[in-house]
Design a protein around this ligand. Structure first.
Ligand SMILES: [Zn+2]
Length: 503
C-alpha cells in the first residue's frame, strides 16, 4: 500500500520521472476525490486498489498541499535533461587551490556521473550534448548564503506599496538574472519566496535553487518591524501589518509566539529559520547596539527548528547579541561586523557558522535614504575589516553572502562583491567559500533539505550545478564580475541554461 502511494508522490513532486498514464489517471481521481471528499467516499472505495491507495494518500494525508500538486501546474514538469559531456576541462573542484589535469566530465540526470582524465565513451544512441571545452575551467555553480530573492532588486518604497503580484513578477525576473550570474543556489534570508521556489523547481521559470526562510521573525521594534507608527499599539492577535501579510516579516513577542511563527514558516517549506537578534541598519525603530529577543524566546525557535532537523540563523552585529544567540543554540550568525575577540573565539569554540558579508562604503552598498540608517551603515562598514581578520585568525567556519537589498544595479554586482573578497583571501579561498563551504552550510538543513545531495563541489555523485569559465578564476577572480562574457556554460541540476562556447 505504501509503495504505490509513495510512487505517486514521487511522480508529482518533481522527481523528473516520466509521468505515466496510470499516474495521470490516479491524479485525476485524486483530484476528483479531493473535491468530493466527504460526499462520495463510498463509491470511490469500490475502485481498483492502486487508485484507492492514491486517493487515500491524497485526500486524507496532506490537506491543501495536495490541491497544489505540481502535476496540476500549467506547465509539464521538465523531463530528465539530456546527458552532457564536458570534454577537456581543467577542474576547480570547490576545495583545491589548484586546477586538475585536463579531464572529461559526464553529467547524467541531475548529477555528475563520471570524472576521468581518460576519454569517456558513450553509446552511439545516447543523445549526449558534447561540449568541447578546449582546456577551459569547469567549476561549481556559485552559492550566495545571504540573499533576498524578493527584495534584492526592488526599491523599498515599491515593496511597501505595489501590487504583490507585480512584485512577484519582478522577483521572478531577478531570479533568472541571478542564475545567469552563475549563482545556482541562494539561501534566502527573508521574504515571500515559497511560490517562486516552487515555480523554479518545476521549471515554470528560471532561477537558482532556493533555501527559503520565509518571513524573518522579529520582536516588536526589532530589525524586522517595519510598521508605521500609527499601527502601534497592536493588541495580541490583532490584525497583521502589511509586511506580515506579505510574508516578509513575522512579528512575535514571547517564546510561545516565536514558536508559532517558526512552525508556520516550517509548515510552508522553510529550510531554516531566520531570527532578528539585534539592531539593524535599514530598520528605523532600533538602535544598532540593541539586543533583541531574550534567550528563552530564541530557544523556542531553536527547538522548533531542531525538531524539524534544521537550525536557526540570526541577524546580530554586537558581541552581546551574538553571545545570547549562541547560548540559545543558534547555529549561524548573520553579519556580526561589530564582534569582539572573545566573541569570535566563542564562535570558533562552538563550531558556529559565520555568514559574513564584505559590507563597505563603495559602489556595492545597498542604497539607504534615511540618514539614521546611513549613520548606522557607517558603523557597520567600519567593522568589516576587523570581522574578517578575526574570522581568519580563529578559523571560524565562514560563509560568503551579499545581502543586497532594494537595488537592481547593485544586485547586478553580486559577482563583483565576491571578487572583492580578495581584499582578505586568495582567489581560491574566496571561491571555496562561495562553493564548497557554502554548500556545507546548505546541508545544515538536515532531513528537510529541499535539494538533498552535494552542492558546491565538482565530484562524482554531486549535484550537477556547473560553470564553464573562459579563463582561470583562481588566477583572475575578476572573471566572475562579468558573467555574461566569461561564463560560457551555466548548468543547474543537470540542465544547461546557457551555452555560448564557440563551436
Ligand atoms: Zn539580509
Amino acid at each position: 500500500m505504501k509503495v504505490a502511494g509513495q510512487k505517486l508522490i514521487a511522480n508529482v513532486t518533481g522527481q523528473r520521472s516520466r509521468t505515466t498514464w496510470g499516474v495521470n489517471l490516479a491524479m485525476e481521481l485524486a483530484r476528483t476525490g479531493t473535491r468530493i471528499s466527504g460526499l462520495a467516499l463510498g463509491p470511490t472505495l469500490m475502485l481498483a486498489s492502486a487508485f484507492v491507495i492514491a486517493f487515500c494518500q491524497v485526500s486524507l494525508a496532506q490537506g491543501d498541499a495536495d490541491l497544489e500538486a505540481p502535476g496540476l501546474a500549467p506547465f509539464a514538469t521538465p523531463a530528465s535533461p539530456q546527458p552532457t559531456l564536458f570534454q577537456n576541462v581543467r577542474i576547480f573542484d570547490g576545495r583545491s587551490a589548484a586546477l586538475s589535469a585536463p579531464s572529461n566530465v559526464l553529467v547524467r540526470g541531475n548529477t555528475i556521473a563520471r570524472i576521468s582524465s581518460g576519454p569517456i565513451t558513450m553509446e552511439a544512441d545516447a543523445n549526449v550534448r558534447v561540449i568541447a571545452a578546449n582546456g577551459r575551467v569547469l567549476m561549481p555553480g556559485l552559492i550566495d548564503a545571504h540573499w533576498h530573492a524578493f527584495m534584492a532588486a526592488t526599491p523599498q518604497m515599491l515593496l511597501m506599496t505595489a501590487d504583490p503580484n507585480y512584485l512577484d513578477l519582478l522577483a521572478a525576473r531577478q531570479a533568472a538574472a541571478t542564475l545567469m550570474r552563475g549563482f545556482t543556489t541562494i539561501r534566502d534570508l527573508g521574504g515571500p519566496v515559497f511560490g517562486l521556489k516552487r515555480a523554479i523547481d518545476e521549471g515554470v521559470t528560471a532561477g537558482p535553487r532556493i533555501f527559503p526562510s520565509g518571513a524573518f521573525i522579529s520582536q516588536t521594534s526589532g530589525h524586522g518591524d517595519f510598521r508605521f507608527s500609527f499601527e502601534v499599539p497592536r493588541v495580541t492577535g490583532g490584525p497583521l501589518s502589511h509586511s506580515e501579510m506579505e510574508g516578509i516579516a513575522a512579528i512575535a513577542d514571547s517564546p510561545d509566539e516565536v514558536r508559532l511563527r517558526a512552525r508556520e514558516q516550517l509548515r510552508q517549506g522553510a529550510s531554516q529559520i531566520k531570527l532578528m537578534g539585534g539592531g539593524g541598519v535599514a530598520s528605523p525603530y532600533n538602535p544598532i547596539e540593541s539586543t533583541q529577543y531574550t534567550e528563552p524566546e530564541i530557544r523556542a525557535a531553536v527547538e522548533a527548528a531542531d525538531n524539524w532537523g534544521t537550525y536557526v540563523t540570526i541577524h546580530a552585529y554586537t558581541p552581546r547579541a551574538i553571545q545570547q544567540a549562541v547560548a540559545a543554540g543558534v547555529k549561524c550568525i548573520e553579519h556580526g561586523q561589530l564582534i569582539d575577540e572573545p566573541t569570535a573565539k566563542l564562535l570558533a569554540d562552538n563550531g558556529i557558522w559565520w555568514s559574513l558579508q564584505p559590507f563597505m562604503d563603495d559602489e556595492n552598498a545597498s542604497p539607504l535614504v534615511n540618514p539614521v540608517s546611513q549613520k548606522k551603515a557607517q558603523e557597520v562598514f567600519a567593522g568589516t575589516e576587523n570581522a574578517y581578520r578575526l574570522a581568519k585568525k580563529y578559523k571560524i567556519k565562514t560563509a560568503f553572502g551579499t545581502d543586497i537589498l532594494f537595488d537592481a544595479r547593485v544586485a547586478g554586482r553580486q559577482g563583483a562583491i565576491l571578487a572583492r573578497m580578495v581584499h582578505w583571501y586568495t582567489p581560491a579561498e574566496a571561491l571555496k567559500m562561495a562553493t564548497a563551504d557554502n554548500g556545507e552550510l546548505m546541508a545544515l538543513s538536515g532531513f528537510i533539505n529541499p535539494y538533498p545531495g552535494k552542492l558546491g563541489v565538482v565530484e562524482e555523485g554531486a549535484l550537477a550545478d556547473l560553470l564553464l569559465v573562459d579563463g582561470n578564476p583562481l588566477e583572475n577572480i575578476k572573471l566572475v564580475e562579468d558573467p555574461d562574457k566569461n561564463f560560457l556554460v551555466i548548468m543547474k541540476d543537470g540542465t544547461v541554461y546557457k551555452d555560448t562556447v564557440p563551436k
